[in-house]
Design a protein around this ligand. Structure first.
Ligand code: PLP
Length: 428
């Protein structure tokens, strides 16, 4: 079997016919499988809930550093929860606000405050600006892009490289004072699983944007989420920015959504102490305090960074075989045909696949027809439009391995079918 590009029309037609027959067979199985979102699987949730819900039994379990977590107070979060996130992120506890059950909400809220009230160094609230533009390294996280799109910002696509965003493009773009911020998932990026290089981080931390209130959104959602190999240390963006006189530029986010329970975990925003003071003043109007009972449950369950990393190893034992299943199938079925490329990440929640340009939508429509739901084509790009119609995000975490094997078989078959279809049409 050779690469599709080198095949004659007859050879391609044979490939197409074989894939079409396989597709009909798969369709007849009546599958109902989902590789759409990065959700932990049931085994992970069972493992966590067993421990998480048995740590608070005695009255003294509700008291932390003298604070009764059942009552109002401590808007910035339980001191012990602030210390826990600070240790994990490598910053200081005073730089951390521990929020509610979702970091996405903290991100939305931070940007929303920039729009309504402005940031510490804003000449005016962003709603008074004629235009706000935002840098979106892509492929990236669809929900990030939607947040900034929802506020009417103009989204500018920045190409992603294995070392992080194309910094030449970033440095050129930030000369425009209308460019107010940038999304980042610096470790095990969503979807490619790329880790920003030290050089990229240095260039980001030392940027001199024309906007005085440039907002570096540093979503460290996968900061401890290795599923292969050891935990990899990662620079603390707050002190990196401080080094270059940019201490107030970075807003870092993280959560336990994929450490404990998504939707029932705890989240944090870390920023300079000046920014934390500024945000606490604004937040104090909208909330008296976040759910400190859940913060305390997490402090008692996770304990400290070392203990949290042990838990992440247990997650890794469940996750690694799932990623292996996906990547092995692609290597076996697709690599020889030369019709797609993909990454083989060490952490995070996704495999990013680049199909033959012009075939991603068709491939995913075929998958759907065969009962496999995937993240929509284009979702990884600003405005949901992939200019090459090529990128496909695979989320292997939710289905058990046996289901995943079937789902990936469907995906491989659909990739072959759509590629052969396109090449045959071109040879007409
Ligand atoms: N950030 C990234 C990069 C994600 O991939 C996800 C979930 O997939 C989130 C944030 C959501 O996090 P949370 O549950 O804390 O809102």
């Amino acid at each position: 079997m050779g690469a599709y590009a080198d095949m004659s029309r007859e050879e391609l037609q044979r490939e197409y016919d074989a894939a079409a027959a396989k597709f009909e067979e798969l369709k007849s199985r009546g599958l109902k499988l989902n590789m759409a979102r990065g959700k932990p699987g049931k085994a992970q949730l069972d493992m966590v809930s067993e421990g998480l819900f048995s740590v608070m039994n005695r009255p003294e379990d509700y008291i932390s550093d003298g604070v009764d977590c059942r009552n109002y107070g401590e808007l910035a979060g339980l001191p012990a929860a602030r210390r826990l996130f600070a240790e994990i992120l490598g910053c200081r506890a005073e730089q951390v606000i521990v929020g509610g059950n979702a970091s996405l909400q903290l991100m939305y809220d931070a940007i929303s405050k920039a729009v309504t009230h402005g940031l510490l160094h804003s000449p005016r609230p962003w709603c008074k600006e004629e235009k706000v533009k935002w840098l979106c390294p892509a492929p990236g996280y669809d929900r990030h892009f939607k947040v900034t799109e929802s506020f009417g910002f103009e989204l500018i696509t920045i190409p992603m490289t294995p070392d992080g965003p194309d910094m030449d493009a970033v440095e050129a773009a930030i000369a425009d004072p209308a460019v107010k911020g940038m999304w980042n998932v610096p470790k095990y990026s969503n979807p490619q699983g790329y880790v920003y290089s030290d050089e990229t981080i240095r260039r980001i931390a030392s940027m001199k944007p024309a906007a005085p209130d440039f907002m570096l959104m540093w979503d460290n959602a996968y900061c401890i989420h290795e599923f292969r190999g050891e935990f990899a240390e990662f620079p603390d963006i707050l002190s990196e920015c401080e080094k270059y006189g940019n201490g107030d530029m970075a807003y870092e986010f993280a959560s336990t959504s994929k450490v404990t329970l998504p939707g029932a975990g705890i989240s944090c925003m870390a920023a300079s102490e000046a920014n934390i003071a500024y945000f606490l003043k604004l937040m104090g109007i909208q909330i008296i305090s976040y759910d400190k009972v859940n913060q305390q449950r997490h402090v008692l369950y996770l304990k400290d960074k070392a203990h949290t990393l042990e838990l992440m190893k247990k997650h890794a034992e469940i996750m690694a075989p799932k990623f292996r299943t996906v990547v092995d199938a692609l290597e076996r079925e697709i690599a020889p045909l030369g019709i797609a490329g993909w990454n083989d990440p060490r952490g995070g929640y996704f495999v990013s696949l680049d199909a033959m340009p012009g075939t991603a939508k068709r491939t995913l429509a075929l998958c759907k027809e065969a009962g496999v739901t995937m993240t929509g084509a284009g979702a990884t790009f600003p405005y949901g439009v992939d200019p090459d119609d090529s990128n496909i995000r695979i989320a292997p975490s939710l289905p058990p391995v046996e289901e995943l094997q079937q789902a990936i078989e469907v995906l491989c078959t659909c990739l072959k079918l759509s590629a052969a279809e396109k090449l045959l049409a071109e040879k007409q």
